[in-house]
Design a protein around this ligand. Structure first.
Ligand code: 16G
Ligand code: MG
Length: 564
């Protein structure tokens, strides 16, 4: 271990508090042989491997704050929908966005530095590369989800912040989107971009007041919310104190501090991957009710309902995007703007083919497809006046450009209809958490739209019919051997595998398929859709079988459901 003494010969270019950082680093030694990577969801792995990483993230976040004129940087400790024993950490930028990609490799290098000396050298490189003035003050705001490992990780984070002399606000147990909100609201307080009162009551009041301005007479159809036994349960209970008493809701899976139940057989990821009702909702969700599931950190949302025969129907991120997009395009028309903001939609390759068709052909909206991961969707959505982005897995939100916000603010309606709709649009801006996908804000938005359109779940579902699809996770020797282009819709390597995909897909009516390396797991994902359930499954299994073999795995151990 490198103690402060052994650091004497280090020649650093930046005036970092070397001895404080080195002493603190030695308290959280990096586990030998473990390799970390700052990916789509920050650092994420089993919680027992994370203390050294979270300590170092504290220091990086502080440096990012120095880089950003001492604005608050957010740090969220969560592993979202992953198992309870996992945890993770990610950095949130001043306006609530994700950390820019050019910092990611530096985070990875810093996390993997084997000892204090190399940790300091890596920090020094970061400071030089991004011209960080180390003498500036720094501020970090942080929160964690309900995972039991969160407390020890917070202690590691605090030591990192202390070692670099960072001012810090501990927000305790919060949803990921709440932390994004707090980061932006704290940084914009009292400015022309004021995002709201920078407190948790401020967050609930902003959402609840906007909801009250929007909602017309409510029908009596109850909503069942599956809180995944996670932090969303706490937030939902708190929010209900601010909502009108006639907001009929049943909260399910709210066992926040019972070990082992987080995301277990419930939550948005369970619903999306299994395409079935969480067993705990049997008998709770009745035909005609609406149900929705949050994930473990409440940034993803899935809706569903039972038909009169009890059949399960899922309304995923694509259905949510279609509902919101159709609603916004009509709303904007009704406001009577001289220069209406351009409404557009961003999806990924996973978007159901029929959702894409509905948005482009039926609603006539511009649509772009980008690589998986919120940062890609968010940036693409910023290019529209009103940019709606959703992943099929239920993560998404709506962004309003600053020009659009000015247009709405300065608009002078000429008729009572224009006036009503402009008021609605102003309230929608407040209802939506634009910093990041927010399951709770999205849920209120869906409830408002269904209320305005007088849709029940079935009417919403009938906007278009999902093409049957199948997602398969395939283990391979090395996922880096799989490289893609065209927003992950085509493989550049192995090129022969892409030729096979093309030849297979062509055989299926409405067939579509792609293969991409996962950004969060050591595996490759295979997606296929086709006109019938049987064909979608068959196409996915063919692609999986070939992926397995091209991935350097032993054909003799190929799972029997894969086809060749
Ligand atoms: C992360 C992403 C999510 C994406 C998923 C894909 C964020 C905040 N989350 O959870 O958007 O859908 O990764 O995982 O960006 P995969 O690369 O393993 O398929
Ligand atoms: Mg999540």
């Amino acid at each position: 271990m490198a103690g402060p003494q052994s650091l004497k010969p280090l020649q650093l270019k930046n005036n970092l508090p070397v001895s404080e950082l080195a002493a603190a680093c030695d308290k959280y030694p990096k586990p030998e042989g473990h390799v970390y990577s700052y990916g789509t969801a920050g650092f994420r792995t089993q919680s027992k491997w994370l203390e050294s990483v979270v300590f170092r993230v504290g220091v990086i976040a502080a440096l990012r704050s120095k880089r950003h004129s001492s604005k608050f940087i957010g740090v969220m400790i969560t592993a979202s929908h992953n198992p309870e024993d996992d945890n993770g950490v990610k950095i949130v930028d001043p306006r609530g966005e994700m950390l820019p990609t050019d910092w990611e490799p530096y985070c990875t290098t810093i996390a993997n530095a084997p000892d204090a000396a190399s940790f300091l050298v890596a920090l020094d490189d970061l400071c030089s590369k991004f011209k960080i003035d180390v003498s500036k003050p720094c501020k970090v705001i942080y929160a964690r989800d309900t995972r039991p490992s969160g407390l020890a990780l917070v202690a590691a984070l605090q030591l990192g912040l202390k070692a670099i002399g960072c001012e810090a606000i501990d927000e305790g147990i919060r949803t990921t989107p709440q932390l994004h909100y707090l980061t932006r609201a704290t940084n914009t307080e009292g400015t022309k971009d004021d995002y709201g009162v920078p407190s948790i009551p401020g967050y609930y009041e902003k959402l609840a007041n906007a909801y009250k301005r929007l909602i017309r007479r409510r029908d009596d159809t109850p909503l069942v919310v599956d809180c995944a036994n996670g932090v969303g349960a706490i937030a939902m209970k708190e929010l209900l104190e601010y909502l009108p008493k006639d907001f009929q809701v049943t909260l399910a899976n709210t066992d926040v501090f019972v070990p082992g139940v987080l995301n277990h057989l419930c939550g948005a990821d369970f619903v999306k991957t299994k395409q079935e009702l969480p067993p705990s909702l049997k008998g709770v969700l009745k035909p005609g009710h609406r149900g929705c599931s949050l994930d473990g950190d409440a940034d993803r949302l899935m809706y569903f309902y039972l038909d009169p025969k009890g059949g399960f129907h899922m309304l995923d991120g694509d259905k949510i995007a279609a509902l919101i997009a159709g609603y916004f395009v009509d709303k904007v028309k009704l406001c009577g703007f001289k220069e209406p903001p351009r409404v557009g939609v961003v999806q990924t390759a996973y978007a159901n083919g029929n959702s894409t068709k509905y948005i482009q052909k039926t609603k006539g909206l511009p649509l772009v497809c980008v690589s998986t991961g919120v940062k890609h969707l968010h940036h693409a959505a910023e290019k529209f006046g009103i940019g709606i982005y959703f992943e099929a897995n239920g993560h998404g939100t709506v962004l309003f450009s600053s020009d659009t916000l000015d247009t709405i603010r300065n608009h002078e309606p000429q008729t009572p209809t224009q006036d009503d709709n402009t008021k609605d649009l102003k309230a929608l801006v407040d209802l939506i958490n634009s910093t990041v996908g927010d399951a709770i804000s999205d849920m209120l938005l869906v409830e408002v739209i269904l209320n305005h359109l007088r849709y029940d779940a079935q009417a919403w579902d009938s906007l278009y019919t999902d093409l049957p699809n199948r997602l398969v996770k395939v283990l391979v020797r090395n996922r880096d051997e799989f490289q893609t282009e065209d927003a992950e819709r085509r493989l550049t390597h192995p090129a022969d595998l892409q030729k096979f995909v093309d030849s297979q897909v062509a055989k299926y009516p409405d067939g579509r398929g792609f293969i991409r390396p996962s950004g969060t797991e050591d595996a490759v994902r295979v997606y296929a859709e086709a006109a019938s359930r049987f064909e979608a499954d068959q196409l996915a299994n063919y692609l999986a079988g070939w992926t397995y073999d091209f991935g350097g795995m032993d054909p003799a151990s190929r799972p029997k459901e894969y086809l060749r």
